[in-house]
Ligand binder design. Sequence first.
Ligand code: SF4
Length: 183
Amino acid sequence: MKPVFLARMRACTACRLCEQRTQVVVGTGDESARLIILGEAPGRTEDEGGEPFRGRSGRLLFELLAEIGVTREDCFITNVVKCRPPKNRTPTKSEIESCRPWWEQQLSYFRASIVLTLGNTATQTVVGHREPMSGSHGNPVAIHGHVIVPTYHPAAALRGGNSVVAVMREDLDVVARLMKERA
Ligand code: SF4
């Protein structure tokens, strides 16, 4: 990302989430990667450390990604909302729409052609439908030159146990197949 773009994002005050954040969590990873991962919003660990998916959810996610040969360095990972909502609540529609230009510009800058969306908020924001994750997970959707693959948020897998993890594994197999086809 260009320094000017990064500086603008880090100084953003477009919604009220700027008031309680420690910092804007812009995302980390390889900007030339084929895979971009979009979650919902930073939690406390991410707000403090400045990197997305560094807590328990992130550890589970990257354990599952390792099974298809993807490491943190092989992808770019960020969220559709860049500042932490108080008490980790779900971002409001207004906050999500205020933040939309940042991840949309990231998608247009990056080479990534496969986008893994984690959970309902990220998926519904990117794909633009209201279908629940139970119906949309694992089904690739083509949007603006990218292939979107929805799956559950790893926080849901931490709550829901092995059955959700098993579904995520199947969805990540779809990602692995797409990456192979587009190599
Ligand atoms: S959440 Fe997004 S739109 Fe709101 S202040 Fe942070 S960067 Fe700006």
